[in-house]
Ligand binder design. Structure first.
Ligand code: ATP
Ligand code: MG
Length: 662
């Protein structure tokens, strides 16, 4: 473990205050509102969380102990309490005036849409849950969900929650091998899938990949494969094991008494993206997890009864858990669920969909924003200015640090300078947002996730766990347990301890794995890159993010990733991988542009930050969730062959192109 980041910190000086009209109506309003909540948490940490858990969740049996730290870092929250997550997300909405409200607007790949009310969703989930029970699936069993974006995907998750089965959603883009590994690790009894998925006008297999995964062997625990018919494509069927979802639910009752589970009951296991190594099976609880999913909908997204909310993530990622399947339903929101891809039928699809459904809260990833900037540079017809985006009132981003220039584009071109942007820093392991501006509170600085949410004791420390002063980079930690935190790594409590609560930091501080720096004056947090991504050039420590953002600020550059490689004279030297908005240059053009960009970085940050080498590609290696895999670039920069886990890599072909100088 080594600390990351530059000593001088981000140079960003632009500040954008939340609009007054927004502040006036916000759930958490003004810095006073934020400070009051933080003070409450400081004064009585357990009392703070107990109050929120009682106010925001419905408990079948009230909890008797808020936090049990006896077996740290295996913390327990809300002991003695029993609840059901699906009851909280669905049944509650049948009696509070939301019964006829639209829960889901399903926007299909082909542009057709259907609305599903809370009453209809409840019925779907109850029948699904009864169907699962009819196959002998019960509390504590693990169920794999391998589906594309659909109402049925969310219903499958909620149905598992209803009967107390622990789900593990595997992103529908994963290969048979990745699926098999997750089935085995989770020891799952069933797979819920679809015949095929529709993406960008293409029919892509799902059921066939499940068959392939099971045929790879080792999956003997699987007794049932439940298949949702999406396209009607031809699929193989194994008698006795496979069943159509419509047959499974045909004769089921629309009532299903929820299984009341302990607050700590594992709601789901979800494997991380694999950006930094082999994915980890992150296990989450029921009570603490749901509390934070619901609360952050209100605090970070300021969700109100009239909002139309749209999170573009896939249910295969944690964002699709907390901010599609659970958070929005727990607060009775109307949300868009999108089946397709941002570039079909053209790269204006997001903006077109916002206009069509009058979306007011929009949440997406920096990688999507960067690619849509590039697309609207190439084809001005898909620029957001051609669409009516006046319904938007709040924007959000998640998944990677957002480069300040991408932030500015999002703020001005998409949000019309009237929408606060919540740059939400969090992780699969944290269950929900950790550090983010509050839209009616925090003056925003492009590229900074600003301040921790009330009750989240985030800090920056050095390698010995000692606080570093503002203005000096270090390791991001969370000093106290919080309700929605990871409980363990499935099947691997030792890896849980060493990965997140290392002895070097005293064994009780949560290690996020990211480097960060706080601004000297404001105390704002900026994520500077992964701990592994430290650059140390001639003794100067630098965050990858700062150099990448300087590159992206050049008008020619669409995306950039920076890694270090051993260097005889400087200890480490900087190698940058760059995607231009224009076609990939080669030969002399590449040399000329590389020189231009080196000088640009020298001017923006300083000569020490000049990349020694710049390689151009049509794209960068990314995880299937769209994150740049710098660990692979580090290998390429050294001129070595990749032997690491690439199971979550989206575009293996790009590695060949980036192997050597253009
Ligand atoms: P793995 O843990 O397997 O390497 P991963 O860390 O990419 O994969 P996720 O849990 O999906 O898996 O991603 C969490 C990480 O994403 C954070 O640790 C951080 O590096 C990055 N991240 C998420 N949101 C933000 C944000 N708003 N600003 C900066 N970084 C972010
Ligand atoms: Mg991670």
């Amino acid at each position: 473990m080594s600390s990351t980041t530059t000593q001088q910190g981000p140079q960003e000086t632009r500040v954008f205050n939340p609009p007054e009209a927004f502040v006036a109506q916000a759930t958490v309003s003004g810095m006073d509102g934020y400070n009051a909540l933080c003070a409450e948490a400081e004064a009585d940490y357990e009392g703070f969380w107990a109050r929120l858990a009682n106010e925001h969740l419905s408990w079948q049996t009230p909890f008797t102990r808020t936090l049990n730290e006896d077996d740290a870092p295996f913390y327990k929250w809300f002991e003695g309490g029993k609840l059901n997550v699906s009851y909280n997300c669905l049944d509650r909405n049948l009696t509070n005036g939301n019964a006829d409200k639209t829960a889901i607007i399903f926007e299909a790949d082909d542009g057709k849409s259907v609305n599903v009310s809370y009453t209809e969703l409840h019925e779907k989930v109850c029948k699904f849950a009864n169907g699962l029970k009819s196959r002998g699936i019960k509390k504590g069993d693990r169920v794999i969900i391998y589906m594309s974006m659909s109402v049925e995907g969310v219903a499958a998750m909620q149905a598992c929650a209803r009967i107390g089965a622990t789900h593990s959603v595997v992103f529908g883009g994963f290969s048979a091998k990745s699926l098999q590994e997750r089935i085995i690790d989770a020891g799952a009894v069933a797979v819920i899938t679809a015949d095929e998925q529709l993406r960008g006008g293409k029919q892509l297999p799902l059921k066939a990949i499940v068959d392939e995964a099971l045929a790879l062997g080792g999956c003997d625990t699987i007794k049932d494969v439940i298949v949702y018919q999406r396209t009607g494509g031809n699929v193989g069927f194994t008698e006795g094991r496979d069943i159509w979802l419509h047959d499974l639910v045909a004769d089921q009752s629309a009532d299903c008494e929820p299984e009341w589970v302990d607050a700590e009951h594992p709601l789901f296991i979800l494997y991380t993206s694999g950006s930094t190594g082999t994915p980890k099976g992150v296990q989450h609880s029921s009570g603490g997890y749901l509390l934070w999913a619901a609360l952050t909908m209100k605090w970070s997204f300021d969700i109100k009864p009239g909002d139309v909310y749209w999170c573009t993530a896939d249910i295969g990622w944690v964002t699709g858990h907390s901010y599609i399947a659970y958070g929005p339903t727990a607060v009775g929101a109307t949300q868009v669920i999108f089946e397709g891809v941002p570039t079909y039928p053209n790269a204006g699809r997001f903006w077109d969909t916002v206009a069509k459904h009058k979306v007011s809260i929009f949440y997406t990833a920096p990688t999507a924003i960067r690619s849509l900037i590039k697309a609207s540079d190439v084809d001005p017809k898909v620029h957001p200015k051609n669409y009516d985006l006046s319904s938007l009132r709040l924007l959000g981003t998640v998944g990677e640090p957002i480069n300040p220039e991408a932030w500015m584009w999002y703020y001005t071109q998409v949000g019309g300078e009237r929408c606060p942007i919540v740059d939400t820093f969090w992780q699969t392991e944290t269950g929900g947002h950790m550090i983010t501006p509050l839209p009616g509170v925090t003056p925003m600085v492009p590229g900074s996730c600003t301040l921790p949410l009330p009750g989240i004791m985030a800090a920056i420390v050095d390698e010995a766990g000692v606080d570093v002063p503002n203005g000096q980079g270090g390791i991001l930690v969370v000093k106290r347990p919080w309700p929605s935190m990871i409980r363990t790594i499935w099947n691997n409590p030792d890896r849980f301890k060493t990965s997140y609560f290392p002895d070097e930091l005293g064994g009780k501080m949560y290690l996020a794995g990211d480097g960060a720096i706080r601004n000297k004056d404001t105390g704002y947090f900026t994520i500077t890159g992964r701990i592994d991504d430290v650059l140390n050039v001639s003794g100067h420590r630098m965050g990858t993010m700062e150099i990448e953002s300087a590159l992206v600020a050049n008008p020619l550059v669409a995306e950039a990733a920076v890694v270090g490689r051993p260097d005889d004279t400087t200890g480490e030297s900087i190698c940058a991988f760059v995607v231009l908005k224009q076609a990939r240059p080669t030969g002399d053009d590449a040399k000329k542009l590389a020189l231009e960009l080196r000088n640009w970085v020298g001017k923006e940050i300083g000569p020490i930050a000049k990349p020694k080498e710049i390689r151009f590609g049509d794209n960068l290696p990314k995880t299937r969730s769209g994150k740049i895999m710098r660990r692979l670039l580090r290998v390429l920069a050294k001129g070595e062959t990749i032997t690491q886990d690439v199971s979550t890599l989206e575009n293996p072909a790009i590695l060949e192109q980036l192997k050597e100088a253009s």
